[in-house]
Design a protein around this ligand. Structure first.
Ligand code: NAG
Ligand code: NAG
Ligand code: NAG
Ligand code: NAG
Ligand code: NAG
Ligand code: NAG
Ligand code: NAG
Length: 638
């Protein structure tokens, strides 16, 4: 009994031992759907794995060599990955015992050469990923026999060139990535076997040219990336065979121009990038019919303008980046004629000085418009009239010139405050007195002077009129001038006339000593006689509040021979006499108001004149009376 038990115990142990042994998951591994091991203590592919292991992933190991026997205990392996390891040597027959391998990834290792035809015993290989290694060359027959290979990734190695027949026979290849190498040139027939290729990446290389016909057989290609190279010219019709292309990246190259009709016959193109090329011009016929293109980026070029029909065939565009072209001065008026689906238009940081009034008039779906960082001085009235769905407009950092022509834009900003999120940073650059004012804060009232049919033009007549103490009428006129030039708070010509009339009345009713005082203070004064405009505008000079010190009238007034200098249309004018800025107060063009003011002016002038006459008459009568009294006195007293 006991011996039977002991016997069966050993028997059971004998059965269980190898079983538990094969199920044992090596330390440092997780054994689930696939076996995943990482750890520096792995110096070779672990031996203690189940024989039926199909998927093995090793990372951060200390494996330097894959030898002849590395896979001899893993006959069913279909997927093998070794990454982040100091691997630098592979035995030529390393994979011979794992003939079921369908996927190999050797990445982030130190491997610099591959033994001849090392993968050729693996006819079932579908995926070969060799990114981020130190591969410098690859033998022309390296991929021979891999008829079923679908994905080949050689990204981020040190490859400088490739043999023209290296991919021959890879007729099932769908995806080829040669990016981030140092390839300068590719033979024109290198891709000729790859008729099923879907995706080709040549980005981040040193390609200077693309040979004519290099893509001729890639009829299935949907995604082509040639960005970040040194390509300075393209052969004509290079992309014409690529009728299925959906993505084409050509950005970050050295293209100065692009051959005519280069992007014809791409009916399913969805994305095209040309940005960061020093493009100097684009041909008149460039884009073929490409209704599915949703996104187009053309920035960082040296273009000064673009052809008016550049986007005519890109009717599906939703996002267009035509920005950071620091020499782009002009946009043709019909450039956006046919982009009914465009939602985002960025024209940021170009060199645009003005925009055509109808530039945006067909952009019925436009939601966001970026116009900041240009040289715009103004925008045409109603430029956004047809952009009913506009949600955001960015206008900061332009050369906004806040003269009459900015009026409608300023009004539009005020009425659409929510659409201009940066309105408080949208500032005037000129004229001088408006510098750094917020565009939207310019009140409509400040533009009333613009309504003048003729631009505000001041007809000024300057007279030098020295005064004598003998001529009483002249004295009073002089006093008028004194009053008007020194009374900086006077609000209108009419008002000043009142003041002066009052002053003259005072003078005339005062004694002769008072009159002589008035005369002496006004001796050097000169008179501005007329101050009228062609229209009903009645300007008046007033001291400019910021420069009170410049307005020291009585003592230092220079002779009034100088001209007055007016800057047409501005509120503030430079005034040579005061050597400072003077505020010009203008009346609104409203004819009723102006009429009333003109009427009061005439009434006041008439009153003034009649008062002067009355005063003179009074003096005359007084004189007579004095004379009579003297005579009487002489008669009676004498
Ligand atoms: C490997 O074989 C064992 C039995 O020997 C089985 O339990 C296990 O599921 C198998 N693993 C795989 C991945 O087929
Ligand atoms: C638009 O595409 C059609 C056909 O693809 C072409 O004939 C036409 O010239 C293109 N227009 C422009 C402006 O390139
Ligand atoms: C393009 O413009 C940049 C400066 O914006 C200049 O350095 C470069 O030389 C220009 N390239 C060409 C081809 O004109
Ligand atoms: C707007 O589009 C229509 C038709 O798409 C076209 O006839 C018209 O000329 C375009 N207008 C402008 C200003 O480009
Ligand atoms: C106002 O500014 C616009 C844009 O800078 C300019 O074209 C126009 O000549 C200016 N008008 C006056 C009266 O200064
Ligand atoms: C405007 O330009 C200034 C100076 O170049 C820059 O600091 C600022 O960020 C710009 N503002 C915007 C909104 O782009
Ligand atoms: C601009 O500033 C004013 C006052 O500082 C503020 O009331 C207003 O909301 C600001 N506008 C925007 C669009 O931020």
């Amino acid at each position: 009994m006991g011996s039977y038990f002991r016997g069966s115990f050993w028997l059971i142990l004998l059965f269980i031992l190898p079983f538990t042994c094969t199920l044992n998951c090596p330390s440092g591994c997780t054994c689930k759907l696939f076996i995943d091991c990482s750890g520096l203590h792995f110096k070779d592919v672990p031996r203690e794995l189940p024989l039926n292991t199909t998927k093995l992933l090793l990372s951060h190991t200390n494996i330097r060599v894959l030898n002849e026997y590395s896979f001899s205990f893993l006959p069913q392996l279909t997927r093998f990955s070794l990454t982040d390891s100091p691997l630098n040597s592979i035995h030529p027959r390393a994979f011979q015992s794992a003939v079921d391998l369908m996927s190999i990834r050797l990445a982030s290792t130190d491997i610099s050469t591959l033994p001849a035809r090392v993968f050729s015993p693996l006819p079932g290989l579908l995926q070969l990923i060799l990114d981020d290694n130190q591969l410098e060359t690859i033998a022309p027959d390296m991929f021979e026999g891999l008829f079923r290979l679908q994905q080949l990734i050689l990204r981020q190695n040190l490859l400088k060139s490739l043999a023209s027949d290296i991919f021959d026979g890879l007729t099932n290849l769908r995806s080829l990535d040669l990016g981030r190498n140092f390839i300068k040139k590719l033979p024109s027939t290198i891709f000729h076997s790859l008729t099923k290729l879907n995706q080709l990446s040549l980005d981040y290389n040193e390609l200077e040219v693309l040979e004519p016909g290099i893509f001729d057989r890639l009829v299935a290609l949907e995604d082509l990336r040639v960005n970040k190279n040194q390509i300075s010219s393209l052969p004509p019709r290079l992309f014409w065979p690529l009728r299925n292309l959906k993505i084409l990246f050509l950005s970050y190259n050295q293209l100065q121009t692009i051959p005519e009709e280069s992007f014809y016959f791409m009916p399913v193109l969805q994305t095209l990038t040309l940005h960061k090329n020093p493009l100097l011009s684009l041909p008149d016929q460039l884009m073929g019919h490409m209704p599915y293109i949703g996104n187009f980026a053309l920035y960082g070029t040296n273009l000064t303008t673009v052809p008016g029909n550049l986007f005519t065939n890109m009717s599906g565009l939703q996002i267009l980046h035509l920005k950071f072209n620091d020499q782009l001065k002009e946009l043709p008026s019909d450039l956006f004629c046919c982009l009914q689906n465009l939602q985002v238009l960025s024209l940021e940081a170009n060199d645009l000085h003005h925009l055509h009034p109808h530039l945006f008039s067909n952009l019925s779906s436009l939601m966001k418009l970026y116009l900041q960082e240009n040289k715009l001085k103004t925008l045409p009235e109603d430029i956004f009239l047809s952009n009913k769905g506009l949600q955001r407009v960015f206008l900061t950092n332009n050369s906004w010139d806040c003269n009459c022509s900015i009026r409608s834009l300023s009004k539009w900003i005020r009425e659409n405050e929510r659409v201009v999120p940066d309105s408080n940073n949208t500032l005037c650059r000129s004229p001088m007195h408006h510098v750094n004012r917020i565009l939207g804060s310019l009140h409509d009232k400040e533009f009333f002077f613009c309504d003048a049919t003729t631009p505000s033009y001041f007809r000024t007549t300057l007279k030098s009129q020295p005064l004598t103490s003998t001529a009483r009428t002249t004295t009073s006129t002089a006093a008028t001038t004194a009053a008007s030039t020194t009374t900086s708070t006077a609000t209108s010509t009419a008002a000043s006339t009142t003041t002066s009339t009052a002053a003259s009345t005072a003078t005339s009713t005062a004694t002769s000593t008072a009159t002589s005082t008035a005369t002496s203070t006004t001796t050097d004064r000169h008179i501005i006689t007329t101050f009228t405009t062609a229209t009903s505008t009645l300007p008046f000079s007033e001291e400019f509040p910021r420069s009170k010190k410049a307005f020291k009238t009585a003592d230092v007034s220079p002779p009034f021979y100088d001209k007055m200098v007016f800057e047409k249309g501005s509120d503030f004018v430079h005034h040579n006499i005061h050597n400072s800025w003077v505020y010009v107060w203008s009346l609104p063009s409203d004819t009723v108001l102006a009429g009333i003011l003109m009427f009061s002016h005439i009434i006041l002038v008439a009153t003034g004149v009649s008062l002067i006459l009355a005063a003179m008459y009074g003096l005359y009568r007084l004189d007579n009376v004095v004379y009579e009294l003297q005579a009487e006195c002489a008669k009676t007293c004498g």
